[in-house]
Ligand binder design. Sequence first.
Ligand code: FES
Ligand code: FES
Length: 179
Amino acid sequence: MDAYSPLKTPVSSRRKTTSGTLDIVLSVNGRDHRLSVDPRVTLLDALREHLSLTGSKKGCDHGQCGACTVHVDGQRVLSCLTLAATVEGKAVTTIEGLAPDEGRLHPMQQAFMDHDAFQCGYCTPGQIMSAVACVTEGLAETDDDIREYMSGNLCRCAAYPNIVAAVRQTRDEMKGERS
Ligand code: FES
Ligand code: FES
């Protein structure tokens, strides 16, 4: 499903309060959260400022760096370009909810550690969320594919070769799990 598809229900006909805020329920990392937000609030701001989930980073706030990447119904989405109200009823996953269990890393998180695929770490949550989707979408067959499909995630520390190596390792591990 296109994460940027228009609202099925117009904001104006939802539960708008007298103060002009909107009552919504966001499903994030398997938990429902009831929020009263400005209809214009982005998913990124809802996560960071209303739910204190600060793993998703605000880099450009204009859809140009990928630092804010999260999954919505399993697809990567730029949360700075997505209105929170448009993802009501969908499953949002952030870097905080990626690991399968508490105390265990997702294989992609482990691979980023193994390959030293970060320096300052600011872009890393977005890189990892994008990388997981890249592998699950079958778009990580070659290094060129990885570079192409990860090209929306910028790294000012230029950890790109290490990021490609981490994605390659996880792709092979995930393929091994499937076979
Ligand atoms: Fe969303 Fe840069 S903060 S793309
Ligand atoms: Fe610093 Fe990517 S690790 S921006």
